[in-house]
Design a protein around this ligand. Structure first.
Ligand code: FES
Length: 326
């Protein structure tokens, strides 16, 4: 992946909480191509880690990309990323790395049933690009976009023009349109080999519900695709626990508001980390003692029940002490 500088060409406000940005090369030269579902890492001054934002492309065309488009929601508990982005104005410069796609569309199959695209809130950004890519490829899809209220749904005019009748807008505060995930999944219950593919992006609660609902209805796990926007966040009731790293002989305390990986980094360790969302599997560690509190999307149910592995970027301990083979 390349790291390079882009200039902010325009900033718009599609909803009160979301800003959309057009970024271009300072000299106007073409930008690296990407496919639907890709994201860009944006360096945030003062923060060690970049922030990942999905690329929006509603008019995919072969060849060069002359600008990138991002949508960023201001987060209530922003640690600096969305605040920095929302302060950007035309002419400002940002340093980016990418594009990278961890959430690609599957290959088309002859006679495939419509792909089900489900977005919650700012999760619309990769999902919108997927709708555009599917449409451009002549592949059937349906697009469900849900938010707390109708005025929090972004890009709706463009999405309506793109998807037409395939677009369904859902608002939590409207009984008539509130998303009924169970009914949606029931209506597309897999039938033999014709299970459709489901793509979900949005809040963790929506993703967890979609994964659990699809699984309960016999959806093949390989047909359920998702991307979380959030990294590990404390859950009510989280407790500190003692962490022993048996190989390095370190004994640390993991407070309620930090992850195992963060505490290790603070202690001078260099754990293998990538997504920080429990999705990629890179940070897997062996548990020698204690019971993990699994919060990842990597380990199977059987592996979670066995308790021998843990994803240290997101999972915690159910016991007061956890010993890892690190
Ligand atoms: S860093 Fe990706 S699962 Fe932990």
């Amino acid at each position: 992946m390349r790291t390079f500088e882009l200039v902010v060409r325009s900033v718009t406000t599609p909803t009160p909480l979301i800003r959309a940005f057009e970024l271009a090369a300072p000299d106007g030269s073409p930008l690296p191509a990407f496919t639907a579902g890709a994201h860009l890492q944006v360096a945030i001054p003062g923060l060690a880690d970049p922030r990942c934002y999905s690329l929006i492309e509603l008019s995919p065309a072969a060849g060069a990309f002359e600008r990138y488009r991002l949508g960023v929601r201001i987060e209530d508990a922003s640690r600096g990323g969305s605040r920095f982005m929302h302060a950007l104005k035309a002419g400002d410069r940002v340093t980016v790395t990418g594009p990278k796609n961890d959430f690609p569309l599957h290959e088309p199959a002859l006679g495939e049933p419509p792909v089900v695209l489900l977005a919650g809130g700012i999760g619309i950004t990769p999902i919108a690009s997927m709708a555009a890519a599917l449409k451009a490829a002549g592949r059937p899809f349906e697009l469900h976009y849900s938010g707390r209220s109708r005025d929090q749904l972004a890009f709706t005019d463009e999405l309506a023009a793109l998807a037409g009748d395939a677009l369904a807008l859902h608002a939590d505060d409207d009984d008539a349109t509130r998303l009924d995930l169970g009914a949606l999944l029931d209506a597309r219950r897999p039938n033999g080999i014709d299970a459709c593919h489901l793509y979900v992006c949005g809040p963790k609660a929506m993703i967890d519900a979609a994964i659990a609902g699809a699984k309960a209805r016999g959806w093949p796990a390989d047909n359920v695709h998702f991307e979380l926007f959030a990294t590990a966040a404390p859950v009510a009731g989280d407790q500190p626990f003692e962490l022993e790293l048996r190989q390095s002989g370190k004994v640390l305390v993991v407070p309620a508001d930090k992850t195992i990986a963060e505490v290790m980094e603070e202690a001078g360790c260099d754990p293998m980390i990538d997504c920080k969302r429990g999705e990629c599997g890179v940070c897997s560690a062996t548990v020698l003692e204690g019971v993990p509190d699994h919060r990842d999307y990597v380990l199977s149910d059987a592996e979670k029940a066995e308790g021998k592995l843990i994803q240290i970027c997101i999972s915690r301990a159910k016991t007061a002490r956890l010993v890892l083979d690190l």
